[in-house]
Design a protein around this ligand. Structure first.
Ligand SMILES: CC(C)(COP(=O)(O)OP(=O)(O)OC[C@H]1O[C@@H](n2cnc3c(N)ncnc32)[C@H](O)[C@@H]1OP(=O)(O)O)[C@@H](O)C(=O)NCCC(=O)NCCS
Length: 169
């Protein structure tokens, strides 16, 4: 069974291993790369999904094992941006799509957000596929971004709360 849980100390080794994979890290804007034990310690010690935080991050757990992360960054009362990653050894089994549906439920039904967006570097086909399976639509080209020495064109996708309730039916 797949679930979203709080990040725990016991996931540390897998967090470091997964985020130290260049093929994963190159598509992500925020985590440091290379990703050290200290980076994981810092993340776990400041990790809190409380009301004062603009970040709501969750561990993706499959049958008790940490396989990835997913989170919302609250940008304003109008919308949040979602980001995610899955262990390279666990890809293409539908896990990210399952996790994304769960965090959309959380964002729309618990946090009452009207819109959730996702920013994707051009060329990230798997990510676009996951977003489209979950009902996101292309919104517009966004600003260029630099990651690990490469400049990417970026695309913005979005889904509205009303579209999500239709998509779930
Ligand atoms: C994007 C990512 C999280 C997807 O995780 P996942 O658990 O494999 O996703 P799912 O299994 O739910 O869906 C993947 C879909 O992409 C498709 N896909 C994967 N690689 C693809 C490729 N190179 N070209 C076309 N489609 C591809 C799969 O076939 C699947 O679609 P399907 O169900 O229609 O067959 C994972 O690839 C990842 O961690 N990438 C690096 C980090 C990243 O890109 N994060 C997002 C930043 S915006």
């Amino acid at each position: 069974m797949l679930s979203l849980s709080e990040f725990k100390e016991e996931f540390k080794e897998d967090i470091i291993r997964i985020l130290n994979n260049r093929e994963t890290a190159k598509w992500l804007l925020s985590p440091p790369f290379p990703y050290s034990e200290k980076d994981a310690d810092d993340f776990l010690s400041r990790y809190k999904n409380d009301e004062n935080s603009l970040n709501r991050n969750f561990a993706i757990v499959k049958d008790g094992k940490f396989i990835g992360g997913i989170g919302l960054k609250l940008k304003s009362e109008e919308y949040a941006e979602v980001g995610f990653y899955i262990d390279e050894l666990q890809r293409n089994k539908g896990y990210c799509s399952d996790a994304l549906i769960k965090i959309l439920e959380y964002g729309f039904e618990k946090l009452n957000l009207p819109v959730i967006k996702a920013e994707v570097f051009e060329g990230n086909t798997a990510s676009e596929r996951v977003l489209s399976k979950c009902g996101f639509k292309f919104e517009k080209e966004s600003e260029q971004a630099e990651r690990l020495g490469v400049t990417y064109n970026t695309k913005l996708f979005k889904i509205e709360r009303t579209e999500f309730s239709q998509h779930k039916k």
